[in-house]
Design a binder for this molecule. Sequence first.
Ligand code: PLP
Length: 385
Amino acid sequence: MPRARDPRTIAAANGVGSDTAFGAVTPPLHLSTTYLFDGFEGEGRYAYSRTANPTRDQLADTLAKLEGGAGAVVTSSGMAAVDLVLSQVEPGRLVVAPHDCYGGTYRLLAARADRRQFEIAFIDQSDPAAMGEALGRGPALLLIETPSNPLMRVVDVRVLSSQAKAAGAKVAVDNTFLSPALQQPLSLGADYVIHSTTKYLNGHSDVVGGAVIAAAPADVEALAAWANMTGVTGSPFDAYMTLRGVRTLFPRIERQQQNAAAVAAFLQAHRAVSAVHYPGLASHPGHEIARSQQSGFGAMLSFDLAGGTEAVRKVVEAVQVFSLAESLGGVESLIAHPATMTHAAMSPEARAIAGIGDGLLRLSVGLESEADLLADLDQALGTLS
Ligand code: PLP
């Protein structure tokens, strides 16, 4: 039996040397939308690129191996990936989602529920009573985001998955914030893993894309059929670029999380900062669960400024190494104000319930030098005194 490949080897080299036409080491980019039939009724492995494309398949195969799934469907965005999973929910059934999920996911769930495509319960998934009540309603799907965006709350995927299964629900985990390099939800009991590949998997802030990886072959088949019917499959060029990003996933995220740990420690000691949300801090309420289900704490964090909106304005206008922008997971460091940017799609009431205050800032920590990142935050926070 050949030795099972280490995920680092899969990320760096899955599909390398697989080109049978010219022996290209790097798998080629296949842009053709359509493929020759081998005579009458002679449809080959590929016929039409919406349905299947060799470049997209290379990425799907790599992601499926990294997440330990039976297969993957690569979509045109992370939202398309979320919606593809939602397309598996039958009308009238219940979806249970975190009350502090990504704002775009929240908006989509609320809009589909408004159209009565399913019922939605947004709950605090770290509250056992709220979870018990929601699972008692017999949901079709439990959607988990851990760590959550932007408050970095951590929930126990093993425990929630087994409770959801006992209640007859499927479990989907949005693994965008950690990537398979740091967390593999299928091994913790989930049925689906969702990614915005726009973030760490591509890693260079130059492709919008998504993917769903499923544990069961039947689920992969169903997702692929729906993605083909609705046309949400990703473009071959984007898949090529994303696979190029995946090659360096491990070294990028490992270095970025070292920077993030240093930034978190710096912020925690700063008097203008009233709270730091980073699962790597021993004081974080989800620290122990994160240790048990993650192989690293990641490079995302958020923090509250005691001075509220006015303090936020001063800091985001003063930073020079951090760029004021949405999104995350790229090699460059970004700073975002969830209340007016990433989570503006949520109503002020929904943000208040989720604990997303006006003084909250989110950081996606990149690959710059640690000293430059700390100096930048130091001078920006210095404008508050
Ligand atoms: N899921 C999470 C956790 C996200 O942060 C995002 C985007 O920020 C999405 C899904 C949506 O991904 P995309 O922007 O690629 O559609």
